[in-house]
Ligand binder design. Structure first.
Ligand SMILES: Nc1nc2c(ncn2[C@@H]2O[C@H](COP(=O)(O)OP(=O)(O)OP(=O)(O)O)[C@@H](O)[C@H]2O)c(=O)[nH]1
Length: 312
């Protein structure tokens, strides 16, 4: 299965509502009036896009079509353009399909530091391996820092990936302060002059205040050695968690200053529509999507492919 088919699968819930329930109400011959717009709204909020985005889409259809006879294609186009504008609004990310690293803020000189965080089991370690592979494939040298000192298996997992990918890795003893691993990672990245340092962190719940504060500490340790770092703070969100991703994004964004989202497990989910409220409500752009457990199963997010996958 190609990644676009996987993306379509991952958007099944939102796609189905748009292509059946919503299409049903926009039948030719009806007039776009308030009653129809209300029906439209109640159907839209059954998708994963959230109330705020749904309201904006209804508003756009109202502005452009109210009082006119329904033109299903023109309405689809309005919905498509509105979703596209939500996905790119508030962010200045470049999505150049020819350059898979284009969404990342990579520095010209000196190590780029990428901090990766997220709740337990969302796919942080796997996403780091995938990202390291992508960076290596694009001629960047990569150093990994196993900052998940809480779970020995996580260090082993990352060490295994480092071996397979041919990257160096910095590890710390079990339960050592993760900020110290980040510190040593920065030191090594500077000494070895690597292009990119990726720092893994232990999974944590967005409600665990002390652990969220720890992310702030890791950030401070990084910026002491590499003043602009971390240059990217990627939050991994598991697409199967749907709307819960928004509350994760809010809390992690405060603690870790997120600059981008990796939406993992789109292949095993039907709830990928959560990309819309996350970008709408948080202005944090989705940069990559995970579509499988393999090291190649990472694709650059592309808003145009996303709306196409929605069937719009
Ligand atoms: N289907 C699918 N599985 C994935 C994807 N990304 C990760 N996984 C799987 O999700 C599980 C958890 O992945 P990890 O990378 O260990 O997650 P983590 O966030 O590092 O876990 P903790 O360190 O415990 O917080 C593993 O079984 C991965 O193979 C994906 O895009 N698709």
């Amino acid at each position: 299965m190609g990644w676009l088919e996987k993306l379509q699968g991952g958007l099944k819930k939102t796609r189905d509502v748009l292509n059946t329930d919503v299409r049903d109400i926009f039948k030719s011959g009806r007039i776009v009036d308030e009653e129809l717009l209300e029906e439209f709204e109640s159907r839209l909020i059954r998708t994963d896009m959230g109330v705020i985005a749904a309201d904006e889409i209804v508003e756009e259809v109202r502005d452009n079509h109210k009082g006119r006879t329904v033109d299903p294609d023109a309405i689809s186009e309005t919905i498509r353009e509105k979703i596209l504008s939500i996905l790119v609004a508030g962010t200045d990310v470049t999505y150049d399909m020819e350059r898979p690293l284009s969404p990342l803020n990579l520095t010209e000189t000196g190590p780029t530091v990428i901090l990766v965080s997220g709740v337990n089991g969302v796919g942080k370690t796997t996403s780091i391996a995938k990202l390291a592979r992508l960076l290596r494939d694009n001629d960047k040298s990569v150093l990994l820092a196993a900052g998940d000192t809480f779970r020995a298996a996580a260090v082993e997992q990352l060490t295994m990936w480092a071996g397979r990918l041919g990257c160096e890795i910095i590890t710390g003893d079990a339960n050592v302060d993760p900020a110290s691993v980040a510190h040593r990672g920065c030191e090594a990245a500077l000494a070895k002059n690597v292009d990119v340092l990726i720092i893994d962190t232990a999974g944590r719940l967005q409600t665990q205040k002390n652990l969220m504060d720890e992310l702030g500490k890791i950030r401070r340790v990084i910026s002491k050695q590499i003043p602009d770092g971390p240059h990217e703070s990627l939050l991994v969100i598991d697409a199967t968690t749907g709307q819960n991703g928004i509350s994760q994004a809010k809390n992690f964004s405060e603690a870790a200053g997120c600059t981008g989202i990796v939406l993992s497990k789109l292949d095993g989910s039907a709830k990928g529509g959560v990309v819309i409220p996350v970008t709408k409500e948080m202005s944090i752009p989705v940069k990559y999507i995970g579509t499988g457990e393999g090291v190649d199963d990472l694709s650059m997010f592309n808003p145009r492919d996303f709306v196409t996958a929605l069937g719009l």
